[in-house]
Design a protein. Sequence first.
Length: 368
Amino acid sequence: MSFLFYALATSLGIYILFVLFFLTGLRRLKFSEKTIANWPTVAIVIAARNEEENLPDILQDLTQLDYPEELLQIIIVDDRSTDNTWQLIEHFAELHTNIHGIQIEEKSAEMTPKKYALTQGIAQTDGEIILSTDADCRIPQGWVKSMVKTLENGVGISVGSSTIDIQKPSSFAHYQLVDFLALVTANAGAIGWGFCWTGSGQNLAYKRKLFDDIGGFNPVRERISGDDIYLVQSIGKRYGCTFNIDPDSFIKTKPLSSIIEFINQRIRWSSNSRLAAKIDLFFLFFLFNAFLLNSTLLVGIFNPLSYSILPMVFGVKFVCDALVIYSGAAKLHLVFPSIIFIFWTILQPLYIPFIGLAGLGNRFKWKP
């Protein structure tokens, strides 16, 4: 009982401090209102594998971007697709001179597939700024200009917000929205204090020269996942980072269709904690404390001796989580889904420990 009590008390106390850290960092984020006379050349690079269902939507979005066409290159890399992905890319490339396709037919022996696909795409462009997103995302018309503006402050990489696209409302889709919002808000708060922890490949902008300076993806060429966290930490640590809170930059992604997909994705994200250990120990400390708090809560549920303190711990954690997610929703112009949030904060201790341990063992599936 004593060990469990001290573990709960310590991890909860540290959790409260991190919440204050995130909330104050969130308030430090400012909207970029810079006026740019001469826009830089930009390349949007997207890796796609078997995305025939999603490509028509994002390709349509890409053709409607508010950015000088002569300064914008769009590179879509078909990573060994077995459906009609390449045919769709070819079709749009024929209609639009600034859209270009690259077809990869064989795996690289030296680099994992997605990193190799992105590397090939970046190699084919001379854009000063690289923007990345995923094939299953929807992007707003002002995305490119908004992300480019944030780099005018002298930082090396800009992290954009992404959220779940609730086209067909469901409890599971809203649950993913809450989970996504918690992750994005915590990261935005950390960046507000100048700590470049992570980001999503769904919405990143960085300077091409700096990508070359860090050796591209070569330092992590054998890692299956984590290209986004590597870029944010490697470029951000040397040249600084920022978080874009402009609604014109917000990207939406489709919700996952099953609980198994959800757990698998979170395990894949969790597996990148080992990369964090090599680059940012403060980020690793936060991840470990969140794991410890949820693990001790789970153990406490099955220990009658802890029942006297569990309601208090759950209550404090509930308030902390509510403050983070509500503040993030307000900052990112999203609706705070209060009912789903209640279920989310209760269910977290039931699966976070499993995800953390499975991530350390790389127990996830990825596109072959």
